[in-house]
Design a protein around this ligand. Structure first.
Ligand code: PLP
Length: 450
């Protein structure tokens, strides 16, 4: 049991934790993080950790960016709150939307703002439904996502997701949400099947699902460029080209969930550019503000916007929006984040450091318990397996991934165990030397486990 005088002890008595085994919490002390500096965070005992996951894939500029802090402070001192309902706006949100439209990977028409990735995806779903009602196709409502996808935890976003923990005992997914096969070449491909052939098979599977459901009932397909929480799954060669050909054939909208990949993670400003995706709707969050304030965005193209705008004219309003949509403080911090990306050439740093990161990660492929190392840009995963030759996973109850992540913590590096895939997603400001140090710490954790 926890000492009730410590922060951790008090915490377990009052705090209903996100994504935690609540039953085990009283016997497992929470890690209390008290401050951050650069790519590091520091716990309440003064121990420093390399934050190899940027928190939850978001603190792209690290944990002590002064420009973002100053932008937030100034905004708080100028206009701490206002809303964007009923034709209200503020200067920061306008400039932020302008910048986002300029950065968009494909021509986009408007930007809607929310507070989290989940809300952005929830909003995208509602816009898809509203759009199809607006264009007189009210039966076109089903949304296809992928098994192992992660799109958030609101009722719609969790329904989009394809991870068991987000569905089980929450009575999800809702009807209208379907899941097709995961583009996971390591576990999903047949022996000897090339990435291209695997992609063809997945696209054919998608088409069969659409035909079985009735194309006139299928509204949209949603995909992360790289599936993050599902295990950092980089799409196999040709995947999005083949998928998009199917979507175009049946007039199905394409939503890109760029909540993790947006803003440089894969080497381009958006993962859509890296993988040739041409979405009608794009959602982003996390690195939009480097995680410093809650903010997310939904970009929609002219086809979608024009239809929903016309429909709102008939009803008298577009009945969707949050109290904090376009929040002036969040918008100011996000705007400053985008300026820092440009002024400090953060993509240039990714281009420089990513080859070092990917090579250092791939060096782990020689270890006996590593089945595959995958990644792109500054995101990657190391897949732990019981049998390399047979692609056989460890039994889940062995909790090998979690044990490795715990050993890594001892070595002063924070990584994320997604089952037995060890995820890495460091701040985009990381230097080549820091990458080398991060992997050296991880190697020591492996040595202890093997
Ligand atoms: N979409 C993706 C791809 C994510 O990785 C996440 C969160 O990790 C979300 C959506 C949900 O974002 P949030 O936790 O801000 O609601």
């Amino acid at each position: 049991m926890q000492d009730s005088n410590t922060i951790g002890g008090k915490d377990v008595a009052v705090h209903l934790h996100s994504y935690t085994n609540l039953a085990a919490l009283p016997s497992t002390p929470p890690l209390v993080i008290v401050k951050g500096d650069g790519i590091h965070v520091v716990d309440d005992e003064g121990k420093r950790y390399v934050e190899g996951m940027s928190g939850l894939w978001c603190a792209s500029l690290g944990f002590s960016n002064k420009r973002l802090a100053d932008a937030g402070t100034q905004a708080l001192n100028t206009l701490p709150y206002y809303h964007t309902f009923n034709q209200r706006t503020n200067p920061a949100v306008v400039e932020l939307a302008e910048r986002l439209l300029k950065l968009a990977p494909v021509p986009m028409s408007r930007v809607f703002f929310a507070n989290s990735g989940s809300e952005a995806n929830d909003s995208a779903v509602k816009m898809v439904w509203y759009y199809h009602n607006a264009i007189g196709k009210p039966e076109k409502k089903k949304i296809i996502a992928r098994k192992r996808a992660y799109h958030g935890v609101t009722v719609a976003a969790a329904s989009l997701g394809g991870l068991d923990a987000n569905h089980r005992d929450f009575d999800l997914p809702l009807a209208r949400f379907l899941h097709v096969d995961t583009p996971h070449h390591y576990y999903g491909a047949k022996p000897g099947e090339t990435e291209d052939a695997f992609s063809t098979r997945l696209a054919e599977g998608l088409e069969q699902t659409i035909l079985a459901e009735g194309p006139e009932t299928v509204a949209a397909f949603i995909a992360e460029p790289v599936m993050g929480a599902g295990g950092v799954l980089v799409p196999p060669a040709g995947y999005f080209e083949k998928v998009q050909a199917v979507l175009a054939k049946y007039d199905i909208l394409f939503i890109a969930d760029e909540v993790i990949c947006g803003f440089g993670r894969t080497g381009n400003m958006f993962g859509s550019t890296t993988f040739g995706m041409r979405p009608d709707i794009l959602t982003c969050a996390k690195a939009l503000s480097s995680g410093y304030v809650p903010i997310s965005a939904v970009m929609v193209n002219a086809k979608v916007y024009d239809a929903i705008a016309a429909n709102s004219g008939k009803i008298g309003t577009f009945g969707h929006g949050y109290t904090y949509s376009g929040h002036p403080v969040a918008s100011a911090v996000a705007l400053e984040t985008l300026k820092v990306y440009e002024d400090e050439d953060i993509l240039g740093n990714v281009a420089k450091v990513a080859p070092v990161f990917q090579a250092a990660a791939r060096a782990f492929a020689n270890r006996p318990m590593v089945g595959e190392v995958r990644g792109v840009g500054l995101i990657g995963a190391i897949e732990l397996v019981a049998d390399k030759a047979a692609h056989k996973p460890f039994a889940p109850e062995q909790k090998v991934g979690y044990r490795l992540a715990a050993l890594a913590l001892e070595e002063g590096v924070i990584v994320r165990a997604m089952g037995d895939a060890i995820g890495l997603c460091p701040p985009l400001i990381i230097s080549a030397e820091q990458v080398t140090d991060m992997f050296a710490r991880l190697a020591r954790a492996f040595d202890k486990l093997e």
